[in-house]
Design a protein around this ligand. Structure first.
Ligand code: PLP
Length: 392
């Protein structure tokens, strides 16, 4: 990891407590959870305990928790599982323009089976309007999927309100809550969701392991055939160490949520204020208050996000941008595009996401490196070539 790691929305380092909890399950004390001898039973018990623990953290029942390979699989299984279980009733899906590709590409993929998707717009802060959700509902709508907190700009959506609308219309409601653990409540009953996706590597757990919560009684069908694992809902030998690690990491994230927020929020606020106060041509992206407490994301006028990242990388600062260089030109991400910013701002996005180990020195490093880098880049920017230069 870079010396200054400010990309916790991309992934997080596995905590020592999590590694310790997982370690025994790579040894011969842990067999195939489906085997009847001791080693198999040890693995089975560990998975049962992990499921109970995750269920308690979600305020759900253990039978409603399915372990998966991560956020992408959970999103796929949630959406395809509801779509295929409901296709005799209708083929209309509602989601938003700012979802993760795991949701957007899944909805697009379902198009080949005759599904139509409404992509709700967001306002300039990246916020979905519950009223738009209500208006988008049709008699053939079978699923509403709205992410909890956006991974690029951090905006937190009004899930409870959307959940009430979904419930009143008896439409299953899924949320991609991958960015939430450790920062937001993940109580499925107050959120009013029927399906919810999580990914362990976003909350200091191992990569390649996730959760799909499916409320009992939801119209949904499994998307992975095979053995009878996960109560016939997800075939395949379970990832015992991964599941144990996920449950350990989730429990720590939930228990330490107040402490995490108390740590990251003042640092994040300091970063935002210093950036907006001292860097000309900078704007905050995402909602000013309804946002993840660890997210500071910006756009800078007349500069390219990728160039900013390279300058930061040279100073050993790891961050990310909502823009990517595709075939020689910088293109804004679908999220930045959906915010409707002026054209000379959209290419210069930067996302800084803090975590448990972030320090005031990390913020100082960014504020030391970034302003001169921006001035240099702007001076070089092709957009400036045609600007008046010193003549006569
Ligand atoms: C990271 C992320 C995913 C994908 O999760 P993986 O476990 O990496 O597949 C999905 N949705 C959001 C919002 C994410 O941030």
């Amino acid at each position: 990891m870079p010396a200054v790691y400010l990309d916790h929305a991309a992934t997080t380092p596995v905590r020592a407590e999590v590694i310790e909890a997982m370690a025994p399950y790579w040894t011969d004390i842990s067999g195939n959870p489906s085997s009847i001898y001791d080693a198999g039973r040890n693995a089975r018990h560990a998975i049962d305990a992990a499921r109970d623990s995750v269920a308690a953290d979600l305020n759900a029942r253990s039978s409603e928790v399915i372990f998966t390979s991560g956020g992408t699989e959970s999103d796929n299984a949630a959406i395809k599982g509801v779509a295929f279980a409901s296709m005799h009733r209708g083929k209309h899906l509602i989601t938003t323009a700012i979802e993760h590709h795991a949701v957007l590409h899944t909805c697009e993929w379902l198009g080949q089976f005759g599904f139509e998707t409404t992509y709700l717009p967001v306002d300039g802060y990246g916020m979905v309007s519950p009223d738009d959700v209500r208006k988008a509902i049709r008699p053939d709508t079978v699923l509403i999927s709205v992410m909890y907190a956006n991974n690029e700009v951090g905006t937190v959506q009004p899930l409870a309100e959307i959940g009430r609308i979904a419930r009143a219309s008896r439409i299953p409601f899924h949320t991609d809550a991958v960015q939430a653990p450790g920062l937001l409540s993940i109580d499925v009953s107050t959120l009013g969701v029927d399906l919810l996706s999580l990914s362990a590597h976003k909350f200091y757990g191992p990569k390649g392991t996730g959760v799909l919560y499916v409320r009992g009684g939801t119209r949904w069908q499994p998307q992975q055939s095979g053995g009878a694992q996960e109560r016939n809902r997800r075939g395949g030998t379970e990832n015992t160490p991964g599941i144990v690690g996920l449950a350990t990491a989730l429990r720590l994230a939930v228990n330490e949520r107040p402490a995490t927020i108390a740590h990251v929020k003042p640092l994040r606020d300091d970063l935002i204020h210093r950036m907006l106060d001292t860097v000309g041509g900078s704007r905050l992206t995402g909602h000013p208050t309804e946002r993840l407490q660890n997210n500071a994301s910006f756009v800078f006028r007349q500069v390219e996000g990728e160039s900013i990242l390279l300058s930061l990388d040279m100073a050993q600062i790891g961050a990310s941008s909502g823009s990517a260089c595709t075939s020689g030109a910088t293109e804004p991400s679908h999220v930045i595009t959906a915010l409707g910013l002026p054209s000379d701002w959209v290419r210069g996005s930067l996302r800084l996401t803090l975590g448990r180990t972030s320090s005031p020195e990390d913020i100082d490093a960014v504020m030391r490196v970034l302003p001169p880098a921006l001035s240099r880049l702007r001076a070089l920017s092709p957009g400036r070539v045609s600007a008046p230069t010193a003549t006569s």
